[in-house]
Structure formats: structure tokens, C-alpha cells
Design a protein around this ligand. Structure first.
Ligand code: GLU
Length: 462
């Protein structure tokens, strides 16, 4: 099957979660069938479109790995072609010029509304003899008989009576094409075979189908996917927190996790939870897309990200942590950092879901010397605990080297003094990490090495 899909954002803001999912579905569907996935910037609304938004959208797509297979088409640059088609529609009689003033249009609109009918202009009648003082708009002469039927890949067969459709505007009075005309012409010219987009466009699909019919063009196959809702069941909006894809990037989420999560928003493949873009494209054949709105659940995204975090190679993770911290502070990262991390890797990974979270928990491995002590841990560093820590520091010099022998040695040393592990463990952990909740004390000592342990005790207690 020949497949060419497209993602066609209007550049009025950043790439949001809903847009990213639309892009992703179009990408996956095209890749599944060995087709092409294209981009089109729908920038005909000059008032609302900005270059900054175009850039932000490209950046977001790039991050997700959803770049188009060809350079993006800019709708505003196709305007001559839109005009050419508009002229064709008017000369073939499928469209007509309407000279109603704004006030007159309003009156007609009101009249039809009261009758429960869509807007029609008297100018659709070729014999209408009205005033031509206004610059006209070009309207589609919408058929009034029969139904328009769409076999939507997601919604199934959907139907509307043509008498319910208005005589939509194709060209404005200033000679610019409307979205309705431009989208049809561009999709046709780009050879688009399948359009996957939000179901808020379903009504447009009926109207666009009539433009295709008027041009004797084959309409593409539509797949209108339910919009994403917030946890409260309302349509996803800024109220629900970050909806820009970039914001998730900045929070330390992986693009793999974002794609994995977005793919599952409204689509599923059995019980498979974690998969790559490549894997999803092998599965995504246009079936198994749900008909009810998916709910955006940040906790789910976090747990998927944790999976991707744990699946990074240690080498990559170390580099990511370093980059993250170099950006964060100007402090010198210890040359021992990687060695230290190796010993505590599993422990740390179990406790973090994002690279940001992970990085923020390991200052004590990144930098040499005493850590900054958390306020709630300060009370545990007392004169008494320092006495104990300092005597512990002395015995480090005399201890056997293997971890097991060392552990026995320390346990014996503590019981000789009538002390429990926690008597030493709490202040020692704080002296070494700045926090009460940190890895096992023996892993920690192994990771930092005796010299660094002694240095920190010394700095904390003096
Ligand atoms: N530009 C439209 C939007 O951003 C999408 C048009 C379409 O997919 O047909 O909502």
C-alpha cells in the first residue's frame, strides 16, 4: 500500500503534547508501510503565525526524532497555486463569488440559523442580481442533496447530510485562501494518502471532502483520533501543567520515553508497555486506536521514563550526568566520579526516574570533599557523633581490605563499644552524603574509598 502522511501544525505556539502525538502517529503509520512522512507548516494566518513558533515546533520534532522525510512545505508559499485552483473552481461552477457585505452576511446567517440550516448566500443562484459594490469572497457551492460519507480509520463510517454543510469560503475578499482550500490543495499536491489528526477536525473532513469532489480529486483516507484529556477528564490545556514537549525535555525526560508514552496515548499493542520508536513502527498499522479520549497521566510518563533511564548504558548515563552537572554548576567534577558511581549504580537507578532527579541526588559522588548537609540532617552531627566518626576514621587505616572482612571488622568494633550500626550509620551517612537517606553505608565507603571518607569526616567535624 502506498502511504504518504503529513503533520501540518499551525505555528502559533510551541509543539504541545497533542501535536506531538499527531506527528508521532503519522510518522509511525508511514514507517510501518514503508511510506513517507512529511511536514507542512500551515502559516497562512499571518497574524497568529510566528517564526519563533516554527522554530520551536521543528526543535520539538527534532528532539523526538520526528523530522520529516523531506524539507517542510510552507503553506504560505503555495498561495499562487491556491489561487489557481480557486479560479478553476469558480470557472467550473463549483464555486461562486459572493458579494454580500458583512452586515448582510450576518443577517443571512441569523436567518438560516433560526431555520436550523447552514449558511447559504443568495449569490449561489447564478441569476441573483445583487449589488456588486463589495470585494467578493469565493464560496463553495455546496451540494444540497445526498450524504457525504467518510470511512474513517478510527471513527468508522461517519455520515452527514449535505444540506447540513455550509457554503464555506474558499478565498477571502482580500484574495487570500482559507485554511479549507489550502489544506485540500496542499494535501493533494503533496500526494498525501492518509491524514491522521485530532477528531476536532472531523467536521472539516466532511467539508474538505466536498472540495475534493468538486475538483474530481480522490480524497485521502482519514483517521481522526480522539483528543487528549487531562486527568480530570477535560480537554488537555495549560491548566493541566506542562503541555509543551520542550518543557518535558527540560525536566530531564528522554525523548524515547516521551515517544513511548505518547504512542500509548490512545493506541496500544497488546500489553506491551515499553518499546522504541522503531518497534512501534513495526506494529503501528492503523488499527487498535481507541475511540475514547486518552488521559494524560504524568505519573505514567514518569514511570516509563524510569524504565528508559534504567536501560541507558552506564557509559551514556555517566556522560549525561556530567553534562547535566556541568550545565548546572561551575564546580569541578571529581576525577573519581565514574569509579564511585559504578559501585552505587543499581542503588541510584532504583531511586530516580529522570536524569535530572538522578543528577540532583549524587553531588556527593560528583565532587570531592564534605557535602552540603541537608537542614534536617544537621542535628545528627554533634560533638558525640563526631567523636565516634573520628575514631572510626582512625580504624580505617588498620582494617582488612575485602568488603566482607571489613564489614565484620566494623560490626565487631561497634559491639565492643556497646554500639549499634545505626549509631555510626546515621552520622556517617550524613558526613559522607549530606543526607540521611543514602545507600548502604558499606557500599558508600567502598564507592568513595577510605581516603575520601576520612577527608569528609575531618572536614565535617572540624
Ligand atoms: N493546521 C491544523 C492544526 O494545527 C491541522 C490541519 C490538518 O491536520 O488538517 O490544527
Amino acid at each position: 500500500m502506498k502511504v504518504i502522511t503529513r503533520f501540518a501544525p499551525s505555528p502559533t505556539g510551541y509543539l504541545h503534547v497533542g501535536g506531538a502525538r499527531t506527528a508521532l502517529f503519522n510518522y509511525l503509520f508511514a514507517k510501518h508501510y514503508g511510506g513517507r512522512y512529511l511536514l507542512r507548516i500551515e502559516d497562512t494566518d499571518k497574524q497568529r503565525s510566528t517564526d519563533k513558533a516554527v522554530e520551536a515546533i521543528f526543535e520539538g520534532l527534532h528532539w523526538l526524532g520526528l523530522n520529516g522525510d523531506e524539507p517542510a512545505v510552507y503553506q504560505s508559499r503555495q498561495i499562487d497555486r491556491h489561487r489557481q485552483i480557486a479560479t478553476k473552481l469558480s470557472s467550473s461552477g463549483y464555486a461562486y463569488y459572493c458579494y454580500l457585505s458583512q452586515e448582510e452576511t450576518k443577517i443571512y446567517r441569523e436567518k438560516y440559523k433560526q431555520e436550523g440550516k447552514p449558511f447559504r448566500s443568495p449569490w449561489r443562484n447564478p441569476d441573483y442580481d445583487g449589488d456588486k459594490n463589495q470585494k467578493p469572497v469565493l464560496r463553495l457551492r455546496m451540494p444540497v442533496d445526498n450524504d457525504t460519507i467518510i470511512k474513517d480509520l478510527v471513527q468508522g463510517e461517519v455520515k452527514i447530510a449535505n444540506e447540513q454543510l455550509d457554503d464555506l469560503i474558499l478565498m477571502r475578499s482580500d484574495g487570500t485562501p482559507t485554511y479549507m482550500l489550502a489544506v485540500v490543495v496542499d494535501d493533494h499536491d503533496m500526494g498525501i494518502t492518509h491524514i491522521i489528526r485530532g477528531d476536532d477536525h472531523l467536521n472539516n473532513a466532511f467539508r474538505q471532502t466536498k472540495i475534493y469532489d468538486a475538483l474530481h480529486w480522490q480524497p485521502p483516507i482519514f483517521a481522526h483520533i480522539p483528543l487528549i484529556h487531562g486527568a480530570d477528564g477535560n480537554k488537555l490545556s495549560k491548566r493541566h501543567g506542562a503541555i509543551s514537549v520542550d518543557a518535558y525535555k527540560d525536566m530531564g525526560f528522554y525523548s524515547e520515553a516521551m515517544n513511548n508514552y505518547l504512542a500509548r496515548l490512545g493506541w496500544s499493542h497488546g500489553n506491551d508497555e515499553y518499546f522504541s520508536l522503531k518497534q512501534a513502527s513495526l506494529w503501528f498499522d492503523g488499527t487498535s486506536i481507541g475511540r475514547s479520549p486518552a488521559r494524560f497521566d504524568i505519573q505514567k510518563l514518569v514511570s516509563i521514563n524510569a524504565y528508559w533511564l534504567k536501560n541507558q548504558s552506564p557509559k551514556n548515563l555517566k556522560n549525561q550526568i556530567k553534562t547535566h552537572n556541568q550545565q548546572k554548576k561551575g564546580k569541578q567534577i571529581s576525577s573519581e566520579f565514574e569509579k564511585r558511581l559504578d559501585k552505587l549504580f543499581q542503588h541510584l537507578l532504583e531511586r530516580a526516574s529522570t536524569i535530572t532527579e538522578l543528577s540532583s541526588q549524587i553531588d556527593y559522588l560528583l565532587y570531592d570533599g564534605a557535602p552540603k548537609i541537608e537542614p534536617e540532617a544537621k542535628e545528627f552531627i554533634t560533638k558525640e557523633s563526631c567523636t565516634l566518626l573520628e575514631s572510626f576514621s582512625y580504624i580505617l587505616d588498620e582494617t582488612p581490605l575485602t568488603p566482607e572482612l571489613f564489614q565484620n571488622f566494623v560490626n565487631n568494633w561497634l559491639s565492643e563499644q556497646g554500639l549499634k550500626m545505626k549509631d555510626l550509620g546515621i552520622p556517617l551517612r550524613i558526613a559522607l552524603t549530606g543526607s540521611k537517606s543514602a545507600p548502604s553505608i558499606f557500599d558508600l565507603i567502598q564507592s568513595l574509598g577510605f581516603d575520601e571518607v576520612k577527608l569528609r569526616i575531618d572536614q565535617i567535624c572540624n
